[in-house]
Design a protein around this ligand. Structure first.
Ligand code: TGC
Ligand code: FAD
Length: 406
């Protein structure tokens, strides 16, 4: 990992323990295999020990806990469903999903660290790279020795990446890369980037850009009020010379980056459930402890309505994610199905965070509870990897056969 000098992590773990308890209202656990439960429990324990004690302060100070990259690698969070041959987990898609759920139960930014590395950087190298590229990058990325980032979004092309202007032109045995990418998770500390750029024929290609290449810079974006424990930056390319061996040979066109997004959006559909579970668990506990008018606020019908609706929505989201995982395990999950699950589950989590905040009353706005952190994080999650409305239009296109984008 590159040390950009701005992220000296000086946070001492807090004494307050993470009291999270699982609430499985529909025996969803019975749908999981022993391997899924083992993966879930290991990640849950790690989050309790390593993430919960530092995350509120990290988020408040906007310090990315870079030391957690190593721990994430150790628990197998980088490319859990990619093959063991490349140092990855070799697990199924449900295991990958449930790992993302547990990470996001800790914090969306921590899940982002894993999503970007595994689904947006390792996955395209695995799916579209040469064997030499796979052997060079994947084992070191699975072990956290090398950190990557994914450059698709540009300052003027967010929801519409096909309009990108970042470009490569051939020059002998190299390409010359020019352009800029915006809003790139991990860019200031990444050792390399998978960047999507148009060639001279206007076709989108994936190129691996390495830190230290002349003309390549990664300025940090400051002032984020959401996903504050995650580091975000730009990618700027000024006549960067890229060897031809750094081009991903086996893909051309927007389906390259969009396939990576399908993989990452799938993980978010699971991840958002984790954030929702944490808010629900905190709200339920608070409603039983906090007394007003001589009894626990959980005894009031209006509080019960909030809690009952929360667990109902969480259960529906769990079943949607599980079914999507089963389809994905059989290679049958379609992009439109993934869009529906990402959109529904992230929105569900954001609504639950808002209701949980109300149940906590004034305490809900403090850092004593995880609610506001999850809520503000989820505003980013609602927007990145395709906005809430873009995913609605993808579903709209699927059901009507009419394309609202063109
Ligand atoms: P369109 O003409 O529909 O499609 C172009 C080609 O791509 C194929 N395709 C897909 N392939 C795989 N997976 C998908 N999800 C796919 N969706 C489409 C499609 O079949 C076609 O293939 P071919 O062979 O015919 O060429 O493309 P369009 O330009 O009309 O765009 C459609 C639209 C708007 C849905 C798409 O551009 C889109 O999804 N926009 C949203 C952009 C987005 O999600 N950006 C995310 C940036 S990365 C990020 O946010 C990381 S956050 C990381 C973190 O911290 O966790
Ligand atoms: P716009 O595309 O400008 O959208 C603005 C609004 O217009 C939205 O509400 C949108 O829904 C709406 N809109 C746009 N088009 C339509 C339409 N056709 N119909 C109806 N409404 C429409 N990108 C990367 O490539 N890599 C990363 O690692 C990455 N990490 C990120 C981390 C963070 C913290 C954030 C905030 C973003 C990140 N992104 C990343 C970028 C993210 O994917 C984009 O922000 C997102 O795709 C939206 O693009 P935009 O911000 O340009 O918004």
């Amino acid at each position: 990992m590159y040390d950009n000098g701005t992220h000296i992590f000086d946070i001492k773990p807090r004494a307050k323990t993470d009291q999270f308890e699982n609430h499985d209202h529909y025996a969803v656990d019975e749908l999981l295999s022993d391997d899924h439960k083992l993966a879930r429990d290991a990640v849950r324990d790690w989050v309790k020990q390593e993430v919960s004690p530092i995350i509120e302060e990290a988020s408040e100070k906007a310090q990315c806990p870079l030391h957690l990259f190593k721990g994430l690698a150790d628990i197998g969070a980088f490319g859990p469903s990619l093959p063991e041959k490349y140092g990855c987990g070799g697990m199924d898609e449900i295991a990958y999903g449930i790992i993302m759920q547990e990470l996001e139960r800790g914090d969306s930014g921590i899940r982002s660290m894993a999503s970007v590395q595994g689904s947006l950087v390792m996955y395209p190298i695995y799916r579209f790279g040469s064997e030499e590229q796979k052997m060079r990058w994947l084992p070191k990325m699975a072990s956290g020795e090398v950190i990557g980032c994914f450059g698709l979004t540009e300052p003027d092309h967010g929801s519409n990446p096909s309009g990108m202007t970042t470009n490569i032109r051939e020059d002998g045995d190299s390409y010359i890369l020019n352009g800029a990418k915006m809003w790139i998770t991990n860019s200031p500390i990444a050792d390399m980037a998978v960047v999507w750029a148009k060639n001279e024929e206007g076709r989108i290609k994936g190129v691996i850009v390495e830190r230290g290449m002349k003309g390549f810079t990664t300025p940090e974006i400051h002032g984020k009020l959401s996903l504050r424990a995650s580091i975000t930056g730009e990618l700027v390319f000024e006549d960067v010379r890229i060897p031809k061996s750094n081009v991903l040979p086996n893909v051309e066109g927007l389906k390259g980056p969009l396939s990576c997004l399908s993989k990452a959006r799938y993980g978010i559909a699971w991840g958002a459930i984790g954030a929702a579970m944490d808010c629900y668990d905190s709200a339920l506990r608070y409603s039983l402890e906090r007394e007003q008018f001589g009894r626990p606020i959980g005894g009031f019908q209006l509080t019960q309505k909030k809690l009952a609706e929360m667990i109902t929505e969480i259960t529906k989201a769990q079943l949607l994610a599980w079914r999507l995982g089963s389809l994905a395990n059989n290679g049958k999950a379609t992009p439109a199905q993934i869009s529906m699950a990402k959109r529904n589950n992230v929105n569900m989590a954001l609504e639950i965070a808002r209701e949980a905040r109300q149940i906590h009353g004034g305490m809900g706005i403090t850092n004593e509870y995880p609610i506001m952190r999850h809520m503000t994080n989820l505003e980013t999650v609602l927007t990145y990897e395709g906005t809430h409305d873009i995913h609605l239009l993808i579903t709209g296109m699927e059901v009507t056969g009419l394309n609202a984008f063109k």
